[in-house]
Design a protein around this ligand. Structure first.
Ligand code: FES
Length: 107
């Protein structure tokens, strides 16, 4: 279980509890967080689940795969060093309290 806080570009913040193994994309779409679309359902093929992870904790996350890095080239908003695809990050107790910021647009 991990508590994750999503901060949308508008500043609206939503905190949800995610069961272990759920992706941050699933947590957002299942809880009405508008800033993540997740159009491909989590197969790393659409880049509409772009998020910016809290920089102070980004080293705690598993490194992005080659496929995720390639797909990050297709994000609609600015790509930053802390850009990740939310469908590729799975909840675990180690991520408890993580804050992710969402971009202005996903398409
Ligand atoms: S949901 Fe499509 S790349 Fe993440």
């Amino acid at each position: 279980m991990a508590q994750i806080t999503y901060v949308e570009a508008s500043g609206q913040s939503t905190t949800v509890e995610l069961a272990d193994g759920w992706s941050l994309m699933q947590g957002a779409t299942a809880n009405g967080v508008d800033g993540i679309l997740g159009e491909c359902g989590g197969s790393c093929a659409c880049a509409t689940c772009h998020c910016y992870v809290d920089e102070s904790r980004s080293h705690e996350l598993p490194a992005p795969s080659e496929g995720e890095l390639a797909m990050l080239d297709n994000v609609s908003s600015e790509r930053r060093p802390n850009s990740r695809l939310a469908c590729q990050i799975k909840a675990s107790p180690a991520l408890d309290g993580l804050v992710v910021h969402l971009p202005e647009t996903q398409e």
